[in-house]
Design a protein around this ligand. Structure first.
Ligand code: PLP
Length: 383
């Protein structure tokens, strides 16, 4: 734990709870879109028809009908998997944690995009991992960098190909194929985090890298947090049977199993209600909020500021002039009622001090407009 420091986001969330801010900071979905009534009915149904089992201990791998449903769904994404390939976890955060613990001993190397998901960095730090970093452009990670990194005895490649947290970037179709070929050649294990898979706003979703490899072992994680609700804490990890059985032992050590009641509620919800209609609803609202933020940025930001145009997910990534420090800007922004997350925490090696992450789904549209206008004025005054 020596290398694990408090996360900027957790500290900010505490502050956000204490005051009234326009928050572009957190990773929270819009609570107005949670299917509360359907989940209440699903809970009622589960407790009245299967209450004994729903309140009892259950198998470490997870509730079999839900594992089977997930396997079918993943086949539609191009993954050739069965129920035995699925481990249900306490959100996909636990999936990442278990995968890292199975593969990384002290000093083992993990290849990451720079920047990448902050809470994954904390997991890798807690495993005392070494990093090999790969930079990105608008098409996602630079594949030549990956090839170079994987030639240096890397245990894991951690990749977020869809609407990456924090940048919102998507790995192009061509690069996915190239990456799959590199993985097949190198023998490195892929840990593919597809938490934002369903939140796609433009065009078709591209195939997971895991569906394109032929030899390499791949682990693919995703979650119901973004499509249904994060408070349920139901996610999953999919991989080869022998790895899933090792991961299941670790899951047992960590918490025995994911909640029997919540897994049944999720299963009843996805089989009896229309998950795809729920996803379409989220897409429509989030797409329009993304567009509100993009228009507000185009109207108000100075020339020297750059930002990504995410095709999905929750976040947009802004690069400020080199002379502007994201943390210092946050201090000023908070004094004017606006919050965001400085980008340096998502980086390795103290980079990214002039970057910031903006969540475009949490705040109402009118607050997005006024929050961006406040930020733009502050940035202009520092240019
Ligand atoms: C990229 C990414 N992966 C995984 C997670 C974990 O989500 P959960 O544990 O709710 O499934 C998050 C949460 O925001 C995330 O942004």
């Amino acid at each position: 734990m020596k290398r694990v420091t408090p996360s900027d986001i957790m500290e900010l969330l505490k502050t956000a709870g204490a005051g009234s801010y326009i928050s572009f900071a957190s990773g929270l979905p819009d609570p107005a879109l949670f299917p509360v009534d359907e989940l209440r009915l699903a809970s009622d149904h589960v407790l009245s028809t299967d209450g004994g089992a729903a309140l009892q201990y259950g198998p470490a791998e997870g509730y079999p009908p839900l594992r089977e449903w997930i396997a079918k769904r993943l086949n539609n994404r191009g993954l050739r998997v069965k129920e035995k390939n699925i481990l249900i976890t306490n959100g996909s955060q636990q999936a990442l944690d278990l995968a890292a613990r199975v593969y990384l001993n002290d000093g083992d190397a993990v290849c990451i995009e720079n920047p990448t998901y902050l809470a994954a960095l904390q997991i890798f730090d807690s495993c005392a991992a070494e990093y090999r970093t790969v930079s990105q452009d608008d098409d996602g990670m630079i594949v030549d960098d990956v090839e170079r990194s994987l030639s240096t005895d890397c245990k894991l490649l951690f990749a977020l190909p869809n609407f990456q947290n924090p940048t919102g970037r998507t790995l192009s179709a061509e690069r996915r194929k190239q990456l799959a070929a590199i993985l097949d050649r190198s023998g490195t294990v892929l840990l593919e985090d597809d938490a934002y898979h369903d939140l796609c706003y433009d065009g078709p979703t591209l195939p997971p890298i895991s569906s394109l490899t032929t030899i390499a072992d791949t682990l693919y994680s995703s979650t119901f947090s973004k499509s249904i609700a994060p408070g349920l804490r139901v996610g999953y990890l999919c991989g080869p049977e022998h790895v899933i059985s090792r991961l299941t032992q670790l899951k047992q050590i960590a918490d025995l199993h994911t909640g029997s009641l919540t897994q049944r509620i999720v299963h009843w919800y996805v089989t009896e209600y229309d998950l795809d209609a729920q996803i379409e609803k989220l897409r429509a609202v989030y797409r329009s909020k993304r567009d509100v933020m993009l228009s507000a940025l185009a109207r108000s930001m100075p020339e020297s500021v750059r930002w990504t145009r995410p095709a999905g997910g929750m976040f947009l990534w802004m690069t400020l002039p080199e002379s502007i420090d994201g943390r210092a800007l946050l201090g000023d922004a908070m004094s004017q009622g606006v919050m965001f997350v400085p980008g340096s925490g998502f980086h390795q090696n103290q980079q990214g001090s002039n970057t910031i992450r903006l969540n475009f789904v949490s705040a109402p549209a009118d607050q997005i407009v006024s929050g961006i206008s406040i930020l733009a004025k502050l940035i202009k005054s520092r240019c």
